[in-house]
Design a binder for this molecule. Structure first.
Ligand SMILES: [Zn+2]
Length: 96
């Protein structure tokens, strides 16, 4: 994976700041963080025995520079979610 451009990183950090994401690390109280290149994608299931992922939640990852505690921010509230993101290929969701 090639790294993100400085422009992209600055845009994401700016969006986090605009949302008031400025508290110290909840684990060690450190105040220095770094954005980790790449999207973390959480796959959600309705039941643990489900074989298919029902929904995907892409997020950005911020790491505490002192202790490494990781926090994840979903892309939607940051305005980074593409409007026409295709559903996950394993999507087996049914309308009830
Ligand atoms: Zn920390």
């Amino acid at each position: 994976m090639s790294g993100w451009s400085q422009e992209k990183r600055e845009d994401i950090v700016k969006r986090l700041h605009e949302k008031g994401v400025n508290r110290p690390c909840p684990r060690c109280g450190g105040e220095a963080f770094s954005l980790v290149d790449g999207f973390a994608v959480f796959g959600l299931v309705n039941e643990l025995q489900d074989e298919g992922v029902q929904n995907l939640v892409p997020s950005v990852c911020v790491a505490c520079s002192r202790c490494g505690y990781l926090t994840f921010h979903a892309l939607g509230p940051l305005g980074l979610l593409p409007k026409d993101l295709p559903p996950p290929p394993q999507n087996q969701q049914t309308v009830e």
